[in-house]
Design a protein around this ligand. Structure first.
Ligand SMILES: [Mg+2]
Length: 179
């Protein structure tokens, strides 16, 4: 299988975090770096994957901050460590955006709302949502991508989903080979 999306280096990649980059704790949060475990083969695939894109963003819902389970600075520390390990493995993350508010109807930042992508475009104006791919493991990720006109990739986990993505894959590491 290969894709006819005609990806070139002007494209951007948007990645969900839990369930895509790292193992998603069931009914729990990653509250310390020691509990952040990269999913199998993901780390080794970052180099070839990132080489295909000008920007690679992480867009992650982390209401654990609003629940007072972790501070913003401790969350940022986890992301700094994640970025360093990815960088040490030949990849890069342009910027991490985290929605730290509670999950309720007033949430503006949280996916499936698109504010984190709008913030990315504001800071990096060359980002073109029509030339972007969103990778996630839940319906909210796929809805987020579709609202913005992005290509959507669902990573198959134990999560039950109902929104149809453009493609479904077992791992982020499978994406690079298809592009
Ligand atoms: Mg996820």
């Amino acid at each position: 299988m290969s894709l006819d999306w005609n990806i070139d280096s002007s494209w951007s990649l948007f990645l969900d975090r839990d369930g895509v980059i790292n193992e998603r704790p069931i009914n729990d949060y990653v509250l310390e770096w020691e509990k952040f475990h990269f999913r199998p083969n993901v780390l080794s695939s970052f180099s070839s994957l990132c080489a295909k894109f000008s920007h690679v963003f992480v867009v992650t819902n982390q209401q654990c901050v609003a629940l007072n389970k972790i501070s913003v600075s401790d969350l940022e520390n986890i992301h700094s460590q994640m970025q360093k390990v990815i960088s040490d493995n030949g990849g890069f993350i342009t910027k991490v955006f985290a929605a730290t508010e509670l999950k309720n109807k007033f949430s503006k930042m949280r996916k499936p709302n698109t504010m984190m992508a709008q913030m990315a475009k504001k800071e990096f104006p060359s980002v073109d949502f029509k030339k972007s791919i969103m990778v996630g493991d839940t319906d909210s990720d796929i809805i987020f991508g579709k609202k913005l006109g992005m290509k959507t990739v669902l990573i198959l986990t134990s999560e039950k989903t109902s929104i149809k993505p453009d493609i479904s894959l077992n791992s982020l590491s499978d994406l690079s080979a298809l592009l």
